[in-house]
Design a protein around this ligand. Structure first.
Ligand code: DGL
Length: 261
């Protein structure tokens, strides 16, 4: 038993889509969330910059005594998880990557689309993922240009969101993809907008967050490190962007619990 918090990191608000799954699956766990906020978006930055920012953020979660750390960011996972594992040998890190394997299994016409940040799509991690699971299927990829900032700027449900999303999703569906993989943790917060663009076309949307939360559960169980049954969970929201942003993280986390995403 271990009552120390689970740490979750993202460039900003996006990782709250995994925060909510951890919260739902493991209601007794304390969680310390670090959403950079100041340097967001990461997805348009150079890999070395993303790595530096991520390593710095993880150090802060370590200082808070996290017992396991989830990188709730595909872009940061691809850029830094290898370095982090070398820096903190044996420490449990859980990364997130686009759920290509289940998408390929579910696709009826063997044609799937992945949307993620520009930096993630350029990463070795993405190339390896497609090599591993993309055999015998068509994998269409497109950067979700501007998507993460729609969430950061609270523009869900606006015409700007619809137009920005249409520009990326229309060509992907037009090429025949029947399964859409959300390869950035911000994107689940745009699910309603994405569905509006898809309309009545038979496209399944895949969000990896529930599977990532299950992975955290399994690792904690294996290490006998779940919080004791009588634990009163605490929730902390940290950022580099000041108190207002930390309050926004807390507010969005609360809302995320009841969202249909
Ligand atoms: N949420 C992040 C991800 O999963 C990236 C968003 C950003 O560009 O900062 O990739």
């Amino acid at each position: 038993m271990d009552s120390r918090p689970v740490g979750i990191f993202d460039s900003g608000l996006g990782g709250l889509s995994v925060w909510r799954e951890v919260r739902r699956l493991l209601p007794g766990e304390s969680i310390v969330y670090f959403g950079d906020g100041k340097n967001c978006p990461y997805g348009t930055k150079l890999e070395q910059t993303i790595r530096r920012l991520t390593i710095d953020a993880i150090g802060r979660l370590m200082d808070r005594g996290a017992k396991i750390i989830m990188l709730g960011c595909n872009t940061a996972t691809a850029a830094a998880i290898g370095d982090l594992r070398r820096m903190y040998p044996g420490f449990p890190f859980v990364g997130v990557e686009p759920a290509l394997k289940p998408a390929v299994e579910q696709s009826r016409n063997k044609s799937v689309a992945v949307i993620a940040t520009i930096a993630y799509m350029a990463s070795d991690g993405y190339r390896q993922l497609v090599e591993r699971y993309g055999n015998g299927v068509q994998v269409f990829s497109a950067p979700g240009k501007g998507f993460a900032m729609l969430v950061e700027e609270n523009k869900e449900g606006t015409k700007e969101a619809f137009d920005t999303i249409s520009m990326v999703i229309e060509p992907l569906i037009g090429q025949g993809a029947d399964t859409l993989v959300l390869g950035c943790t911000h994107y689940p917060f745009l699910t309603r907008d994405i569905k509006r663009v898809i309309g009545d076309r038979p496209v399944t949307i895949i969000n990896p967050a529930p599977a990532v939360a299950r992975r955290v559960q399994v690792l904690l169980q294996q290490a006998d490190a779940l919080a004791p049954a009588d634990n009163t969970p605490q929730f902390e929201f940290l950022s580099l962007a000041g108190k207002d942003y930390s309050r926004r993280l807390a507010e969005m986390a609360r809302k995320a619990l009841s969202m249909d995403i």
